[in-house]
Design a protein around this ligand. Structure first.
Ligand SMILES: [Zn+2]
Length: 118
């Protein structure tokens, strides 16, 4: 007698119970093991000459050293947003930031001599 496969049900992935990701369980990689907590963070980066701020990003933040981690889906979404070019009319709001110009301290240059290897 040849056995036929009964109708095997595909195993359902544990979609509903995936509240804790692998990264979350592994803990922080930067300080080896710090507890990660879900937090909405903001980040800023230069896009050409424009400074772009994205806020309310869901991230995992190390409660020990502050290192921030994005989940794959979040990182992908950020890439998509970058790809879309951040057109100004889609911005939630505009913020003004203070800009400072770096000025070297004028009183002699004894402090930071890069060539001083006597
Ligand atoms: Zn850490």
């Amino acid at each position: 007698m040849s056995e036929r496969d009964p109708q095997t049900k595909p195993q359902e992935p544990h979609a509903a119970s995936a509240t804790r990701t692998a990264a979350e369980q592994a803990g922080c990689a930067a300080c080896s093991g710090g507890a990660l907590a879900r937090q909405d963070i903001k980040t800023a980066f230069w896009e050409g000459e424009r400074l772009i701020v994205v806020d309310d990003i869901p991230a995992l933040v190390c409660q020990n050293c502050g290192e921030q981690y994005y989940e794959d889906q979040t990182a992908m979404q950020l890439d998509l947003m970058r790809g879309a070019g951040f057109s100004a009319d889609k911005a939630t709001r505009t913020m003004t930031v203070p800009v400072f110009t770096f000025t070297a301290t004028g009183s002699g240059h004894t402090a930071e001599r890069k060539d001083g290897q006597d």
